[in-house]
Design a protein around this ligand. Structure first.
Ligand code: PLP
Length: 455
């Protein structure tokens, strides 16, 4: 038996982020200015984002970006993350498949989001900014950002999707403990929030609407910029540390994964995990299957359309070409709050459109069944978001059992579920329900998509 956990040393933390776009022949579509329908310029983006991050956002050509020493030093407090062979899960499933997972939940915020928060806060501090604003869904991004802001010394204002603000008071208190100011969204503190409150009868909120509020809060304050925890190219760039570490660990083991799986909200943990492997596939060096697992209640890949759409409900952000359910889509308040976004990373959207990436959608009761199997076998309580990846990995492992194939499956365990116990309680009490939007719901939400620019 190989080791259960494969750890790298601190000295093996990646020194460079890997930019997958450099290896894409057909690049992801650029962000467009919604007024002029021209690609967003660096000057326009710098009104909202800090300068170094804008540079990273717009750069489709540079393959590697050096990671500053200060970020690596901070990474050492929670990285490298272990690559774990799920021997006990394999046994429980009776599969000949070899299952590995890369575990990103080993920090107080409980997810991979700290990888990008660390970078974004560092660059903002270096630019001499006073503070940052952002939104958070389930609270993982806000918690990660609060930790990084406390570490690097920046002020932070977080707009938290109201359903999570109410369901997940524990994450809210983590953010406040690390010094962040937390407001439930939609709120009456911004123009965007007041507009949404007036136009929708449901005030449980969505990531799209919290984004509008956070952007407004940044541009109306001196010395503040907005940061986003997913979707953007820069976020996938930072999250490449997950994939780079996994790639190195597999090299040490002398093992090559056949199937690589991650859950997809905006696409950052999957995009980061697959980056170096997808690079090999794009360059024709090696082949892999890549699978994104999303909630059936917010099925951007499997039922969305590949269109230019706003990233936010308030329609103040740039247009991104992505698989979208429409910026007016109000996903039902499922427990995988981190997956309740109407759109998807433009990088992953382009790869999906090219057929380089597959997608599956699951209902929430079946992902909690998978979470329970995994927790019993591996002793880690997974985040509801991550459990989508677990479910896809279990499904693939069971297919291997049927066909008696010894495939190697890698999935991203993006975070832990220790703050999702209300969800687990509902599951254990048998009162959890599934929400699947009807075709009519989707048609209605897509009507918010703006007229498409000529290409
Ligand atoms: C936020 C989050 C996700 C979804 O975001 P991506 O950008 O798609 O990775 C998945 N898992 C966890 C634990 C999260 O916190």
């Amino acid at each position: 038996m190989d080791n259960y956990r494969t750890y790298l040393s601190e000295a093996e933390i990646p020194t460079h982020y890997y930019n997958l776009r450099a290896d894409m022949k057909k690049k992801p579509a650029p962000l467009l200015n919604p007024g002029t329908l021209k690609p967003m310029t660096a000057e326009e983006l710098e009104e909202v984002f800090c300068a170094e991050l804008v540079k990273q956002e717009l750069d489709d050509e540079t393959r590697y970006f050096e990671i500053p020493e200060e970020i690596i030093e901070y990474y050492k407090t929670f990285r490298p993350s272990p690559l774990v062979r799920a021997y006990n899960l394999e046994k429980a499933l009776g599969t000949p498949a070899k299952i590995y997972f890369k575990f990103e939940g080993n920090n107080t915020s409980g997810s991979h989001k700290l990888n990008s928060a660390a970078a974004q806060v560092y660059y903002a501090k270096k630019q001499g900014l006073k503070g940052l604003t952002s939104e958070t869904g389930a609270g993982q991004w806000g918690s990660a950002l609060a930790m990084a802001c406390a570490h690097f010394g920046l002020d932070l204002k977080v707009f938290m999707v109201r359903s999570s603000f109410e369901q997940k008071p524990f994450r809210r208190e983590i953010m406040r403990t690390f010094g962040a100011e937390v407001t439930a969204s939609p709120s009456d503190t911004t123009e965007a929030g007041r507009k949404i409150l007036a136009n929708f009868d449901d005030d449980s909120g969505s990531l799209g609407c919290a984004i509008s509020e956070a952007v407004e809060a940044a541009v109306t304050r001196d010395g503040y910029r907005y940061v986003l925890g997913s979707v953007l190219n820069q976020v996938l760039l930072h999250q490449s540390v997950i994939g780079l570490e996994a790639h190195k660990a597999f090299e040490k083991l002398g093992v090559k994964p056949d199937i690589i799986i991650g859950c997809t909200g905006g696409g950052s943990n999957l995009g980061g995990l697959i980056a170096p492997f997808m690079g090999e596939k794009l360059r024709g060096e090696k082949d892999y299957r890549f699978i994104g697992a999303e909630p059936a209640s917010c099925p951007s890949f499997t039922r969305g359309k590949y269109l230019y759409d706003f990233c936010d409900t308030g329609q103040i952000c740039p247009l991104a070409k992505m698989y979208t359910l429409g910026n007016g889509f109000m996903p039902s308040p499922i427990h995988a709050g981190g997956l309740r976004f109407h759109g998807m990373s433009t990088i992953l959207s382009e790869l999906y459109n090219q057929g380089m990436l597959e997608a599956v959608a699951y209902e929430q009761t079946e992902i909690f069944d998978a979470a329970e199997i995994f927790a019993k076998a591996e002793g880690i309580l997974p985040a509801p978001e991550s459990s989508h990846a677990i479910k896809a990995a279990i499904d693939e492992a069971l297919k291997c059992k049927e066909s008696d194939e010894e495939k190697v499956i890698l999935f991203g365990l993006s975070g832990t579920g220790y703050f999702d116990l209300v969800a687990y309680q509902q599951f254990n009490d048998g009162i959890m329900s599934d929400y699947i939007p009807t075709d009519d719901d989707l048609k209605k939400a897509l009507s918010y998509v703006p007229p498409q620019p000529q290409e």
